[in-house]
Design a protein around this ligand. Structure first.
Ligand code: ATR
Length: 286
């Protein structure tokens, strides 16, 4: 019988996670069924606990879930134990319902690092890195980016205080890793970065890319954590300034693979799934 998993969030109707995990289950032969768990605002904890306790005819128990917007900051409170990277982020995207207590993890940063280094083939070690945004998306990735050993990481945000708070949380790690880490307002980031990651929600409100084109060195990697129409303004901007634009689909697939491994102890192959998703999203937005 298949163990049950789901993606918990609001909304989750358009989530690609069920497709991705169905492919992972096929390729690894793991008995996994993965669905959607819509959580009404204010009812995240109750909905997830209900899922964990639920019984479904013909299926095994619920073993875990992914957590997406807007509940990633609420997820750690449901777990008795946090992985170090979830504790550092203060946010979790993965819960595992272990019988001796729940465990929370955050696989977003590892997913981003793998997408940049493996799929995009760009080295993080020694690179100058700009992360724009200081919300939940940025919080989840800062630790793993620092651990990948860039030379410098600038965290820029419209509300610079939020960037400062996030930088403070990560200062000890940056010092250990020998990474120059600082917070900056959007108009004083510095220029000519090797890698620029957009972790803002600016495009969702139709706002322009919130940093100047000079942040990109020629040939830089410019990665938006979003995909489809939401990523288009950033990718167009990247192309106009001589950078290689990349959307968030690779990160999405890789964070899912990391969650799957956390649950099942088996790492699924990702290249084919990513190619399928890229084709599907390109067709939908054509
Ligand atoms: P998420 O969990 O997806 O990161 P969030 O916590 O609401 O969502 O954060 C959204 C991020 O996008 C924030 O960094 C936000 O900047 P502020 O902290 O100053 O609000 C950023 N953002 C949203 N709209 C923006 C805009 N028009 N220009 C610049 N930054 C914007």
């Amino acid at each position: 019988m298949k163990d049950r998993y789901a993606v918990a969030g609001h909304p989750v109707e358009h989530s690609r996670s069920p497709f991705i995990h169905a492919r992972f289950a096929e390729s690894t032969g793991q008995p996994v069924a993965y669905g959607r768990l819509p959580c009404p605002p204010g009812a995240f904890a109750a909905t997830v606990r209900g899922f964990a306790a639920s019984v479904e005819a013909g299926f095994g128990p619920a073993r875990g879930c992914n957590v997406t917007v807007p509940f990633k900051f609420e997820a750690p409170a449901l777990a008795g134990r946090l992985t170090p990277r979830a504790a550092l982020a203060g946010a979790a995207n993965t819960l595992r319902f272990d019988t001796d207590g729940w465990q929370a993890d955050n696989t977003d940063g590892a997913g981003l690092v793998r997408d940049i280094t493996v799929h995009a083939g760009v080295a993080l070690q020694g690179a100058r890195l700009l992360v724009v945004g200081a919300g939940g998306a940025a919080a989840g990735v800062l630790g793993p980016l620092l651990e990948a050993g860039p030379q410098a990481l600038v965290l820029a945000n419209r509300s610079v205080d939020k960037a400062r708070t996030l930088v403070q949380r990560h200062t000890a790690l940056a010092v250990r890793q020998g990474v120059e880490l600082r917070a900056a307002p959007l108009e004083r980031t510095g220029t000519a970065f090797d890698i620029v990651v957009n972790a803002t929600a600016a495009s969702l409100s139709g706002a322009p890319v919130p940093v100047a084109g000079q942040v990109l060195r020629p040939g830089a990697l410019a990665l938006d954590m979003m995909y489809g129409a939401a990523a288009r303004p950033f990718l167009t901007w990247a192309g106009e300034h001589g950078a290689h634009g990349r959307d968030g689909l690779g990160m999405l697939v890789e964070q899912a693979a990391e969650s799957f491994a956390f649950w099942r102890g088996v790492r699924p192959p990702t290249t084919e799934v990513l190619a399928e998703l890229q084709r599907a999203v390109a067709q939908e937005s054509a």
